[in-house]
Design a protein around this ligand. Structure first.
Ligand SMILES: *Cc1c(COP(=O)(O)O)cnc(C)c1O
Length: 465
């Protein structure tokens, strides 16, 4: 399997190279050259498989020749051993025709673990084969950083440096990162905002000599391997509801468009998915696009669902490329002008195609809180603010005869203040994190300048050598 860039000017790469590279050289995102698909009997044969085995079957065509099937299966098994539910991705019914699939049973209590735990295994495997080492550098406003740190901790061939905005993440989120004390993990508290952190990471990657010297690599959600690793749970849910003979719909609380893109990919592979529902908070650019073909950037506003406080959904570029019939030149033109003008001109035909499959619903904080409370009153189910938005979108667009499955992307204990405000209940942290508030923390406070961050990265890599 080869991968091509959405902007058409970068070399085609294999799975392992795409894994290590992340963003394509031409600024585009990698996609498989052709979409693998499964036959009716192949889908049927996957029904009832344990999750890690199912994940290996789905990943196999994407990985291609790079990793042999037996090794891939054992990497998948190792990836999901740290999950605290035997089903890994359990599905619960909350209302007639409305179900919740919980993606937060991994070590950091958010759905990022689903892909990141497998990426940790894949990185270690590929780097061992190449006898190489990389330094993963990333910025986080909360969930991505802790998931990356958990996936990389203690791995010899990886150093991980995560920048977070000092005093601007929730305490649970910060402690999930800073209480990991392995030598290959470095936390930098940046004296600035999340945007500053992202700009600093970009500056580091733009410095080619530094990037080469330090073997920088990224695990943000533009990395294709993360999308691929998110496809299996959609397959798992759909098969359990009777696919491929029965249709199913999904509702997904959406930020960077990575999670829902994986659902779209599952459909592309032949899974009978009827409808995909995007849930947004007040940062509603995707909902505006779906409702009125209005993809106009506004400034990011804070909300109860911080992991969706995003204006530019990077992974949308992959869908756009497909909507344009894989016309890379048109895709590059539209993306460049979007960056320059803040407005994306999506051709009417492409927008119509998107609308026939996707719908969007945006909830402000008051509506999110009401959803958390109403759902809990009626069903006893406690949904965190992100999950609640997905559930509300699922209810809004559900149709008779088609099960609607909403993705629960974070454990409610990750957002205790929002839960108390909505329901009066403070959800307890799972056992493995119960002492989080009393663990030792380690991080360095660093001014928001590229030089200071580069020094910190050099020191981290040296001390880990
Ligand atoms: C990252 C995240 C999201 C958004 O997922 P995307 O793939 O960026 O659309 C939603 N909920 C939670 C809890 C997250 O951590």
């Amino acid at each position: 399997m080869r991968y091509i860039s959405t902007r058409g000017k970068a070399p085609a790469l294999s799975f392992s190279d795409v894994l290590l590279t992340g963003l394509a050289e031409d600024g585009g995102l990698y996609l498989p050259e052709t979409w693998p698909s499964f036959s009716l009997s192949e889908w049927q044969a996957m029904r009832g498989l344990p999750y890690p085995e199912l994940a290996a079957r789905i990943m196999r065509p994407f990985v291609g020749e790079d990793i042999d099937p037996g090794t891939l299966r054992s990497l998948c098994e190792k990836a999901y051993t740290g999950f605290d539910h035997p089903a890994i991705v359990p599905v619960t019914q909350v209302e007639d025709g409305l179900f919740v699939q919980e993606l937060f049973h991994g070590p950091t209590l958010a759905f990022k673990d689903m892909a990141m735990q497998l990426l940790g295994q894949l990185f270690e495997h590929v780097l061992t084969e190449r006898n190489s080492h990389v330094t993963i550098v990333g910025a986080t406003s909360g969930d991505t950083g802790s998931a990356a740190i958990e996936a990389c901790r203690g791995r010899d061939r990886l150093s991980v440096v995560i920048l977070h905005p000092k005093d601007r993440t929730s305490e649970v989120q910060r402690r999930q990162m800073t209480t990991v004390l392995e030598a290959n993990v470095t936390n930098l508290a940046i004296e600035g905002t999340f945007d500053d952190c992202q700009d600093l990471v970009k500056a580091l990657f733009a410095d080619m000599p530094f990037r080469k010297d330090m073997h920088l690599s990224a695990v943000n959600s533009i990395n294709w391997a993360r999308i691929a690793a998110q496809i299996p749970y959609y397959v798992y849910a759909a098969l359990n509801f009777g696919a491929p003979e029965q249709e199913v719909s999904f509702a997904v609380p959406t930020g960077n468009f990575g999670n829902i893109l994986a659902a779209w990919a599952a459909r592309k592979m032949g899974l009978p998915i009827r409808h995909l529902c995007v849930g947004s908070n007040r940062n509603d650019i995707l909902t505006r696009f779906l409702n009125a073909n209005d993809m106009t950037m506004k400034s990011v506003m804070p909300s109860l669902s911080p992991s969706m406080d995003i204006q530019v959904s990077s992974n949308f570029e992959r869908l756009l490329f497909e909507l344009l019939g894989r016309d890379a030149e048109a895709c590059a033109r539209i993306m460049t002008s979007f960056r320059a003008t803040g407005h994306m001109d999506v051709p009417a035909e492409a927008w119509e195609t998107a609308r026939s499959l996707f719908s969007g619903l945006a909830l402000d904080d008051a509506a999110t809180e009401a959803e958390i409370k109403g759902l809990h009153d009626r069903s006893g189910y406690l949904a965190d603010p992100h999950s609640a938005i997905g559930i509300a979108a699922g209810r809004r667009f559900r149709e008779a005869g088609v099960p609607m499955v909403a993705m629960a992307t974070a454990h409610p204990a990750k957002f205790p203040d929002a839960m108390v405000a909505a329901t009066g209940i403070r959800p307890a942290l799972p056992v493995h994190l119960a002492d989080l508030y009393s663990r030792e923390e380690r991080y360095r406070t660093v001014p928001a300048t590229a030089d200071a961050v580069k020094d910190a990265v050099r020191a981290a890599v040296l001390s880990n050598a």
